[in-house]
Design a protein around this ligand. Structure first.
Ligand code: 16C
Length: 258
């Protein structure tokens, strides 16, 4: 657009709507509340049947064997403690689309379908094929939020990211080469601060992040149970180690963000 004096005016950017006026908002509110309260429960507290299947240093991964209509949907719960990073930094790198190809090794293609607000995005993703099953895709909303501390602890607030499958008319399920998977994922992070004894400023040596990652993925269509279990036993530990190492490397020379 040109003003009368001939100078060029950049086009007005599309306004980003507040997520609370979006039709998905009631779903998001409900899901975030239920996922966060489940994630806060320890493996001993949330019912029997959690089996440890992977352990590496501070990282522990548990699963429950479950099937729905003959499909493996084993819920996963992982806990980890990582030095030198904050809960905000972990959630920021998990949520933000610009980093995803750097750490998400199962990803083939990612589309940001809609940025509902700064903290709420709709994604469509296609993932790498697992032989001999068909390739999978997913459509989900992703929401990041700071959680007020309900226990009056000293120290930084908790942060969470919840990813939840949804339906979008622009991306109908099972129409192309991909079978649609259905996922519910919750990443919950608590920053632990060891106040330096000399009273000096908090450095990355004084902080760590307690991470809880919970996920349920319904494969949406046929996939051999043995292959699926073998794949997630390999891929979940690989994801959590690679992703947390990535956050450490991205933040190590930067100011701490709580
Ligand atoms: O939470 C993670 N990533 C987020 C951002 O991408 C988001 C995505 C979740 C993806 C859910 C899995 C989608 C199907 C994957 C197909 C597996 C490809 C493996 C390729 C190996 C060569 O929340 C981190 C996700 C970490 C994923 C671990 C793998 C989980 C496998 C679960 C079984 C899926 C059923 C596939 C049926 C063939």
């Amino acid at each position: 657009e040109k003003l009368m004096n001939g100078t060029l005016v950049p086009p007005t950017p599309e306004p980003v709507s507040p997520a609370s006026s979006h039709p998905l908002w009631p779903d998001i509110e409900r899901k975030v509340a239920s996922q966060v309260s489940m994630a806060k429960l320890g493996v001993g507290e949330c019912g029997a049947g959690w089996q440890l299947f992977a352990e590496d240093g501070e990282m522990k991964m548990y699963r429950r064997e479950e099937e729905v209509d003959g499909l493996v949907v084993d819920p996963l719960k992982a806990v980890h403690v990582v030095k030198g990073i904050t809960g905000f930094e972990v959630c920021h790198h998990f949520f933000s689309p610009q980093y995803r190809y750097d750490w998400e090794t199962t990803l083939e293609h990612m589309v940001v379908v809609e940025t509902i607000s700064e903290d709420t995005i709709l994604f469509q993703q296609t993932h790498k094929r697992i032989w001999p099953a068909s390739q999978r895709d997913a459509v989900f909303w992703s929401h990041m939020r700071r959680l007020p501390d309900d226990q009056d602890r000293e120290g930084p607030d908790l942060w969470t990211v919840v990813n939840q499958s949804t339906e979008l008319p622009q991306y109908p399920a099972n129409t192309g080469k991909c079978v649609r998977v259905y996922l519910t994922v919750c990443l919950l992070c608590q920053t632990l601060v060891n106040p330096p004894k000399n009273g000096g400023p908090v450095t990355r040596d004084d902080i760590s992040c307690k991470i809880t990652y919970c996920s349920v993925v319904n494969p949406g269509g046929w996939a051999p149970a043995s292959v699926l279990r073998a794949v997630y036993k390999r891929e979940y530990p690989k994801f959590l180690k690679r992703f947390t190492a990535y956050v450490m490397s991205k933040t190590k020379d930067k100011p701490i963000r709580f």
